[in-house]
Design a protein around this ligand. Structure first.
Ligand code: TYD
Length: 141
């Protein structure tokens, strides 16, 4: 299974009234069919969320208000941090990527487009199990 983390810049439809961003399933911006949308908000200061990887889920994360940081660890151990602080900026996470969400501003609303319905079976919540599963996997950052 390929593991990918990619920052995506969304094109804006802006005019004197303000800005608008449109995202559609199965495009370069969202390369999967969106089956679920969830959002994280009113986060307790200092909280680190996530702390898991997924077996098959693909997600695009967008901080539509405020800011937060997504910390990713790839199967080869490479770690990256991505500050999401504007609605025209997204982060695609596919495959076996351990990820934490942290440093939420008080007004942060983290919107997530997901390729599958919620299924706890798809979660890897044990870090040691994640590392074991990573053996033999390839990744793109
Ligand atoms: P959790 O996995 O702890 O969120 P995160 O990893 O983003 O910090 O989920 C918190 C609760 O919400 C948990 O009881 C599962 C539930 N949940 C759903 O019911 N549907 C969903 O799509 C998600 C993401 C979570």
């Amino acid at each position: 299974m390929l593991a990918t983390v990619r920052e995506i810049q969304f094109p804006q439809h802006g005019d004197e009234r303000g800005k608008l961003i449109a995202l559609e399933s199965l495009t370069e911006l969202v390369p999967f069919e969106v089956k679920r949308v969830y959002y994280i908000f009113d986060t307790t200061p200092g909280t680190v969320r996530g702390k898991h990887a997924h077996k098959v889920l693909k997600q695009v994360l967008i901080c539509v208000s405020g800011a937060c940081t997504i910390e990713c660890e790839m199967p080869d151990g490479t770690k990256t941090e991505h500050r999401l602080d504007w609605p025209d900026h997204g982060l695609l996470i596919e495959g076996l990527v351990w990820h934490n969400m942290k440093e939420f501003s008080k007004d942060a609303v983290l919107l997530v487009l997901a390729s599958e319905h919620y299924d706890e079976v798809d979660y890897i919540r044990d870090y040691d199990e994640f590392r074991r599963m990573c053996e033999g996997h390839s990744s793109d950052v």
